[in-house]
Design a protein around this ligand. Structure first.
Ligand code: SF4
Length: 328
């Protein structure tokens, strides 16, 4: 990585726009909100079977989990890497070699960069390296939804599929849990840009079992925050219409003690039903739905442990995501 890369010298890689020099340590040793300096840090590279069926397929999605996060939600299910910064510093070439090895040995269906925003300059170099090596797998960006349109326009050339979250419709909630009051407006603009670039997830049009291009929006239902979910779905429907592919997730598991008592428990079946019924009543036609009764026996599967060599136990079957509506 170039020592003078402007992305790290006055960082505006995400909408926080900290404008810090990530080559220099700041308060507490970290310059910006994401708590990552200019060095590439990675927590896990390997197949993951917990994505939606068109991404997981039969051999898994080839994930690259980066350390740190520009959102750092208080309830993050991957808190070990997003908040605690677990992972190791790696040279770009070493990451490239690990990905190539994963492709060759595991035959994964895609390359899935999970929360790459704060390392975008590295990712934008990795993708051409992979293409030059002959890799034609779809490049997936697995995102928080808190991305700037400016960065997404650069990412367009280096991506095929976007998996953005739309976490909050309520700015007060996003301010409290993720320290960003402007999440709803920023995420809506970001998702609009992603759809403009890639369209909706293509499997709904092609009928193919595996996705090659497009956008799938995810929403994790939080316990005690049903109205946030209902309003988020309504907003998405009004903005993008009934054909927007949505993944409704009920896997929330308390991982660290939260100040908000709701977040210290799992979602109830009644809460899930309220949100799911609302999605159906709105008329969304392309839904992936993770039903809660499936999760409780699979908590271990959905909450990764990055202290292990394999943070995600390989399930006996890969049907962790159920689907309804017009799914392939
Ligand atoms: S990537 Fe990190 S340092 Fe850069 S603007 Fe975002 S939070 Fe701040």
């Amino acid at each position: 990585m170039c020592r003078f890369d402007p992305g790290f010298l006055e960082c505006r890689l995400c909408p926080r726009e900290c404008r810090v020099n990530r080559f220099e340590p700041g308060k507490g040793g970290y310059a910006g909100f994401c708590r990552q300096n200019h060095e590439l840090r990675v927590a896990y590279i390997g197949p993951h079977f917990g994505e939606e069926p068109p991404l997981t397929g039969t051999r898994g999605s080839g994930t690259v989990f980066f350390s740190g996060c520009s959102l750092r939600c208080s309830f993050c299910q991957n808190y070990q890497i997003s908040r605690d910064g677990m992972g190791r510093t790696m040279e770009l070439r070493a990451v490239f070699k690990s990905i190539v090895e994963m492709i060759e040995k595991k035959k994964v269906h895609n390359i899935n960069f999970v929360t790459p925003d704060h390392f975008f300059p590295y990712v934008f170099r990795l993708v051409p390296m992979l293409r030059k090596e002959g890799c034609e797998l779809p490049i997936v960006y697995n995102l928080s939804g808190y991305q700037s349109v400016e960065m997404l326009r650069i990412a367009n050339e280096y991506s095929d599929i976007y998996l953005p979250d739309f976490k909050y419709s309520d700015p007060a909630l996003s301010a409290r849990l993720s320290k960003c009051k402007n999440y709803p407006e920023v995420a809506l603009q970001a998702i609009a840009e992603m759809i403009k670039q890639k369209g909706f997830l293509d499997t709904f049009e092609t009928g193919a079992p595996l996705a090659r291009k497009g956008v799938l929006v995810r929403h994790l239902i939080l316990p005690g925050k049903v109205q946030n979910s209902i309003n988020a779905l309504t907003t998405l429907f009004l903005e993008f219409g009934p054909l927007l592919p949505i993944s409704l997730m009920s896997q929330y598991t308390p991982v660290v003690p939260a100040k908000d008592p709701d977040l210290n428990r799992a979602l109830t079946p009644e809460e899930f039903d309220q949100v799911y019924s609302h999605a159906l009543s709105l008329g969304f036609e392309r839904l992936f739905v993770q039903f809660p009764e499936k999760n409780h026996s699979q908590d271990q599967f959905f909450v990764p442990d990055f202290t292990r060599d394999k943070p995600f136990p390989t399930p006996a079957s890969h049907d962790s995501q159920c689907s309804s509506g017009n799914n392939p």
